[in-house]
Structure formats: structure tokens, C-alpha cells
Design a protein around this ligand. Structure first.
Ligand code: PEP
Ligand code: MN
Length: 338
């Protein structure tokens, strides 16, 4: 059940509900409702007499299994990465190289993506590579370079964390922790990331259903981290001409089901540079709250994922066209778009 608490509900009401749930052996968690009040999600039913408490607005017996991630009874979330808001407003552009290659090259990339309109810098320091022989990233040196690039440009940084033991280290340097597609269902990692005190970018596993993706988000929310952004990055298809198939259905679907912001990764979603700009714009047309794009000052010579990496000029096109598209859609579809 989900219990809606009004903004004026005393703290004692929440405490009493949590204690009652514990007494009945039920899991219970709280989350802000985005309207000044809060929700208490209880994985089961409390008897009605327990619910006679001050400040209770409504009691909903039925709910989705992802009771905290669900949009039922809750307003759209806005997640702040540094000072950059994601969700419900202008689309945010995260951009940078697949992998941090070195300090100077990252600083060059960071300046270039900032000039092209990016609000957040991306770059992998710990890389999940299909081959154990492929470059695995610079590790902590890469994190230091990201922090230097933030210092130089003012852009907050997002980078991947792959193991529970790395979470504190990565959280020390990063403004946002990325959980990659290959780790979407790594529940021990999600539990640790939930407690790291940083916003999380949760990529969809490339064979995961939308509901499984939302259940992974639920681990983060249930672990006490309300700042989760979902990222559709393509699912496994059958056509060898593309690396993955960007599942655009998943964007309005996830936004219909969840209050969490949703962004799109047209780089991994296609694997093909020539498709990135169009699919980035398609992602925004599908309702995405932002994009994460692999960009390198010299894309052909990017050390990782060169085939899907674009240059800063193309990012500037995405930024320009993306804002125009967003403005046109917002005006023409007022009251229709989720
Ligand atoms: C990445 O963004 O660097 C990455 C490895 O993406 P994914 O986890 O979606 O493959
Ligand atoms: Mn990549």
C-alpha cells in the first residue's frame, strides 16, 4: 500500500507508520512526493485502525511493484547534478569521450563540449570492456582528470562505477555515478551506490525489460537515494549493421510509469556515428529529459568506441536542433505530452 502524507503531516505520523510496518513484518520506505508532502510505501497491508493518524491524505491499496519509482501519486522528479537540473524542463546534454584518455585530451574535450552546449561532462575511468585485453580505463588517474576538467570548465562530471568496492572512491570525485548497462541488475552494486550520497545515472540493461529497469531503480530509491535518472541506451537487436537498437518506446513508456527523469544515449544505442544526431533528436521527440553523447575532438582517433563518437561541431548541431525541437513540441503539444 502507499500512504500519501500531506505537507503538514507531523514527523510522528511517518515514524508510527514505519514502526507499525516493522511490527507486521513489512518493508516500508518513504519518499518525497514532489509536491511538499511525502509517500510511505509499504510492501503489504496495514489494518485500517493503524492508519488513523494526523496528516494522512490518502491510502492507496494497490500499487506497482516499483512503488517508489512509480509515477502514481507523485509529481515529476527533478534531479540536480551539481547545479544542473534534469527532468521536466529544458533537455540536458551530457557529453564527452567514451573513456578518459589523459589529462590534456580530457581538458580539450571538456572545453569543446562545453562550447557546443553540454551541461555535464561524461568520461569513463573504470570501463566495462567486452574483451579483457581492451583498454580498461585510467582508474583513479582518470577520476582526477575528470575533477580537473570540472575545475577548469565548471561542468559537473558523470562517470561509471563498476564494483561495490569502488563506490566511495568514484563518489569522492564524481558529481553523478553511472551504473552501466552490464551492471543494471548488479544488486550489491546498486545497494552500495544507493548509499553514496550522489545522484545516479542508471542505464538500462540491453536485455532488460522496462519493468526490470524500474525495479533496479527501486533498489536505489529504497536504499535512500531519491536522485535517480534513467538512461535508455539501446537493446540487443538482430541487425549486425547496428550495434544496438535504441528502444524509443521505452522513453515515453518509462515516463508514463515513473516520475524519474529519462535520458537517451544515441551513441551506444546505434554504435554508428552517422546515426547519432538523428537518433538524439528522435530521443528528444520521444520525450527524453536529456541526452548522453560520446564526443571527442578527434573522433576517428578516440581510444574507445570511435565508430560511434561524434565531433564537437556535430554536438553543437544536436544542441541547436534539440532546443528548437523541444521548444516547438512544448508549444504545439501543450497538455498532450507526458
Ligand atoms: C558508457 O556509457 O560508457 C557505457 C559503457 O555504456 P553502456 O553501459 O550503456 O554500455
Ligand atoms: Mn562507450
Amino acid at each position: 500500500m502507499i500512504v500519501s502524507l500531506r505537507p503538514d503531516a507531523p514527523a510522528a505520523t511517518t515514524d508510527t507508520l514505519l514502526a507499525a510496518a516493522a511490527a507486521f513484518g513489512l518493508e516500508a520506505r518513504t519518499i518525497a512526493d514532489g509536491r511538499g508532502g511525502s509517500l510511505v510505501g509499504i510492501d503489504g497491508k496495514l489494518p485500517p485502525d493503524v492508519l488513523d493518524l494526523p496528516g494522512i491524505g490518502a491510502v492507496h491499496a494497490a500499487h506497482k511493484p516499483y512503488m517508489l519509482a512509480s509515477k502514481e501519486h507523485r509529481a515529476q522528479s527533478v534531479v540536480h547534478v551539481g547545479a544542473v537540473p534534469i527532468g521536466g524542463g529544458l533537455p540536458v546534454l551530457m557529453a564527452g569521450p567514451c573513456v578518459v584518455e589523459g589529462r590534456e585530451s580530457l581538458l580539450r574535450a571538456a572545453e569543446a563540449v562545453k562550447a557546443a552546449g553540454a551541461g555535464i561532462l561524461r568520461g569513463g575511468a573504470f570501463k566495462p570492456r567486452t574483451s579483457p585485453y581492451a583498454f580498461q580505463g585510467l582508474g583513479e588517474d582518470g577520476l582526477r582528470h575528470l575533477a580537473d576538467a570540472r575545475e577548469a570548465t565548471g561542468l559537473p562530471v558523470v562517470t561509471e562505477v563498476m564494483e561495490p568496492e569502488q563506490v566511495d572512491l568514484v563518489a569522492h570525485y564524481a558529481d553523478m555515478l553511472q551504473v552501466g548497462a552490464r551492471n543494471m541488475a548488479n544488486f550489491p552494486l546498486l545497494r552500495r551506490v544507493a548509499g553514496a550520497g550522489k545522484p545516479v545515472l542508471l542505464k538500462r540493461g540491453f536485455s532488460a525489460t522496462v519493468e526490470e529497469w524500474l525495479m533496479s531503480a527501486e533498489y536505489l530509491l529504497a536504499g535512500g537515494n531519491p536522485d535517480v535518472v534513467l538512461c535508455e541506451r539501446g537493446i540487443r537487436g538482430f541487425d549486425p549493421l547496428v550495434r544496438f537498437t535504441l528502444d524509443l518506446n521505452a522513453v515515453p513508456l518509462a515516463k508514463e510509469l515513473s516520475h524519474l527523469p529519462v535520458i537517451v544515449d544515441p551513441s551506444h544505442g546505434t554504435g554508428k556515428r552517422s546515426l547519432v544526431t538523428r537518433m538524439a533528436l528522435a530521443g528528444l521527440a520521444a520525450g527524453a529529459d536529456g541526452l548522453i553523447v560520446e564526443v571527442h575532438p578527434d573522433p576517428d582517433n578516440a581510444r574507445c568506441d570511435a565508430a560511434q563518437t561524434i565531433g564537437p561541431d556535430e554536438l553543437a548541431t544536436i544542441h541547436r536542433a534539440g532546443l528548437a525541437l523541444h521548444g516547438a513540441l512544448a508549444g504545439a503539444m501543450e497538455g498532450v505530452l507526458v
